[in-house]
Design a protein around this ligand. Structure first.
Ligand SMILES: CC(C)(COP(=O)(O)OP(=O)(O)OC[C@H]1O[C@@H](n2cnc3c(N)ncnc32)[C@H](O)[C@@H]1OP(=O)(O)O)[C@@H](O)C(=O)NCCC(=O)NCCS
Length: 328
């Protein structure tokens, strides 16, 4: 293909709920322990939204910071895409609420790709820029999954956290940073029942006569997802690094799924963790928000250097996956 406009990342932002939930706090209500959770997942605490705070509030907070860092106004936006599976309602889209909150007037919609949500939103946004359909796109990963976990299920309640991360995409020749060099998305629907929330859709529609409590919460087959995640993370990093010298790489930003899964993938690649951004200890698994939160923190911590490569990888319910190679 020729004449495509390269997209770049002009600015990033994040928004995290104030409330910290420690492993010890969870151990008061479920049969688990701080020691087990740290050893099996690397998570020490996560953030959960307070009553009255919605997914769109987190998304709006992250968007405001990304707009400020990019030096543009909401009225400059041509498109807003939010990756989320824990929107304020089944519909309308979180992106429309964010558009309203920001006072923007552009097109807005959500993508449903679970933990791959941000990378999917980013690919939709960068494609709009590459095709010349948009000049400034706001992409967000935002989740309030604490509202959807069964707080008595030790297999899932310990894992998930809430938060949002955002990025402003612009033509690379305008913003001059974070050039998106190549991206990939994939799915394997045969694994659709490995991570799911059955209630609220048309299959398990709301019917009080056949109420099944568990259907109202996230159902997770953690062990099966574990194997898929290790293999997919290694595969995606390998794909992104094709033809790239490791010395020219400054940071890999993987979906913050589980410290052991990250280590398992790095073992397969025979890599150490020095160039890999990990913040799961503080936030748990924030699904679509995990990659943009980690990207923003990596930038703030000076882990991303001009001219060096950055790799983003994510995977999750669907099953879905995505990866991107950028040069800062
Ligand atoms: C969920 C997850 C942390 C469980 O860790 P694990 O090491 O695979 O643990 P297992 O499910 O094999 O369970 C091992 C034992 O610990 C127990 N256990 C599970 N959760 C526990 C908890 N929170 N506290 C204490 N014990 C627990 C199990 O009951 C099991 O006991 P048993 O051996 O007596 O049957 C891990 O599988 C994971 O991170 N999976 C992927 C997460 C995911 O899907 N994220 C969303 C999509 S990206």
């Amino acid at each position: 293909m020729t004449n495509l406009i390269a997209a770049g990342i002009a600015g990033t932002g994040l928004c995290l709920p104030e409330r910290r939930v420690t492993n010890d706090e969870l151990a008061k209500v479920i049969d688990t322990s701080d020691e087990w959770i740290i050893k099996r997942t690397g998570i020490r605490e996560r953030r959960w939204v307070e009553d009255g705070v919605q997914c769109s509030d987190l998304a709006t907070g992250a968007a405001r910071e990304a707009l400020a860092n990019a030096g543009i106004k909401a009225s400059d936006l041509d498109l807003i895409v939010v990756g989320t599976v824990s929107g304020d309602c089944v519909f309308p889209a979180v992106a429309c609420q964010v558009q309203h909150n920001l006072g923007a007037t552009c097109a807005a919609f959500d993508v449903n790709a679970a933990c791959t949500g941000f990378l999917t939103a980013m690919q939709v946004g960068s494609t709009h820029i590459s095709a010349g359909l948009a000049k400034s796109v706001l992409v967000i990963g935002s989740e309030a999954l604490s509202r959807m976990v069964n707080k008595t299920d030790r297999g899932s309640a310990i894992i998930f956290g809430d938060g949002a991360g955002a990025a402003i995409l612009q033509p690379f020749d305008v913003c001059g940073r974070g050039e998106i060099l190549r991206s990939t998305l994939g799915a394997d629907g045969s694994g659709h029942d490995l991570i799911a929330l059955p209630m609220g859709g048309t299959r398990h529609f709301h019917n009080m006569d056949s109420y099944v409590k568990e259907d109202h919460f996230i159902q997770l087959k953690g062990r099966e997802v574990y194997r898929f995640a290790v293999q997919k993370m290694a595969e995606l990093i390998r794909w992104a690094m094709e033809g790239i010298d490791q010395d020219d790489l400054c940071c890999v930003i993987p979906h913050q799924v589980n410290q052991r899964i990250i280590e398992g993938a790095l073992d397969r690649l025979d890599w150490d963790q020095s160039k890999v951004m990990v913040n799961i200890d503080r936030y748990g698994n924030t699904s679509a928000a995990s990659v943009p939160i980690a990207l923003h923190e990596a930038l703030e911590q000076g882990r991303i250097q001009e001219g060096k490569y950055v790799v983003l990888v994510a995977f999750g319910a669907g099953l879905t996956w995505g990866g991107s190679l950028l040069r800062w």
